[in-house]
Ligand binder design. Structure first.
Ligand code: NAP
Length: 259
């Protein structure tokens, strides 16, 4: 009896010490903490998407970064991540991406790819550019989310992040301008709401997220935020999301925005 007790104590000691070793590994190297989680980021070859790929990879996530032209995505290729081709306006490209995922599951999808046409007044609107903006910024995330839903359903976190803009807020639009862009992001926000309502019972958390005014090709050099600061804020928001946040609109700084 005494011998059995001694054996049980020895086994328990080994289990406790290996669990605390795993914990201290994760503490010592945050890269281990998310080793089993996968994030897929669209438009990851430059700007906010590239920094998202960089920071998630450094934090130990399995990162799938997409680019329209992977061969010329040199900075993305310098990261140790999986890179897949994706043009969000091309259904065949989206289907190929979904096929390439095989039996992968996705925990977090970040619909980041976007474009910004410059139209200050209604008379400046180039209708082709307007249509293209809707195709990339609104229809693109719908296409990608629909194709990747089976992989997200297999994931554990079930988070869908639509990178929107405060310019897509109806409530905050007192100055107009940005024709095409505002409409595309307002419609994207409506997609977020519909998706959130439909997927609520499956424990998905779907949000729209404004990254701030960021120093990228799109945001320009006068933007107030570095891409590093914007992305660390975005990651904090994504990490902290709870089921009750499904269907909400966030800024990178952790505040919520009105629709
Ligand atoms: P960016 O530097 O211009 O990068 C845009 C990314 O989207 C690039 O990787 C680009 O790929 C990709 N992309 C464009 N069209 C695409 C398509 N048809 N299919 C797939 N990918 C495509 O822009 P950013 O500043 O990083 O913006 C990222 C997101 O944040 C966008 O949704 C934007 O609307 C939003 N946002 C940005 C700001 C800001 O101040 N920067 C503010 C509010 C919201 P290519 O290199 O192949 O063109």
């Amino acid at each position: 009896m005494k011998q059995t007790m001694m054996k049980l104590i020895a086994v328990a000691t080994i289990l406790i010490s290996s669990a605390s070793c795993a914990q201290s590994d994760a503490d010592a190297n945050p890269a281990n903490a998310h080793a089993a989680q996968t994030v897929l980021i669209t438009g990851a070859n430059r700007g906010i998407g590239l920094e998202l790929a960089r920071q998630y990879a450094a934090a130990g996530w399995q990162v799938i970064g997409t680019a329209r032209n992977p061969d010329s995505a040199d900075e993305l290729r310098s990261l140790e991540i999986q890179i897949l081709q994706l043009d969000v306006t091309d259904q065949e490209s989206v289907d190929r991406l979904a096929d390439a995922l095989g039996n992968h599951s996705i925990d977090v999808l970040i619909n980041n790819a976007g474009i910004l046409p410059m139209a200050v007044s209604i008379t400046d609107i180039d209708m082709d550019a307007f249509n293209r903006t809707l195709a990339v910024n609104t229809v693109g995330p719908v296409r990608v989310t629909r194709a990747l839903l089976p992989y997200l359903r297999q994931g554990t976190l079930k988070k869908i992040i639509n990178v929107s803009s405060n310019l897509g807020s109806l409530a905050n639009n007192t100055e107009g301008r940005f024709y095409g862009y505002r409409e595309s992001k307002a419609a994207l926000n409506m997609f977020t709401r519909s998706l959130a309502a439909e997927l609520r019972t499956e424990q998905f958390i779907c949000i729209s997220l404004h990254p701030g005014w960021v120093q990228t090709d799109m945001g320009g050099a006068n933007a107030t935020l570095t891409v590093q600061d914007s992305v660390s804020g975005i990651r904090e928001v994504v990490e902290g999301l709870k089921p009750a946040d499904n269907g909400t609109f966030w800024s990178h700084d952790g505040t919520q925005l009105p629709w």
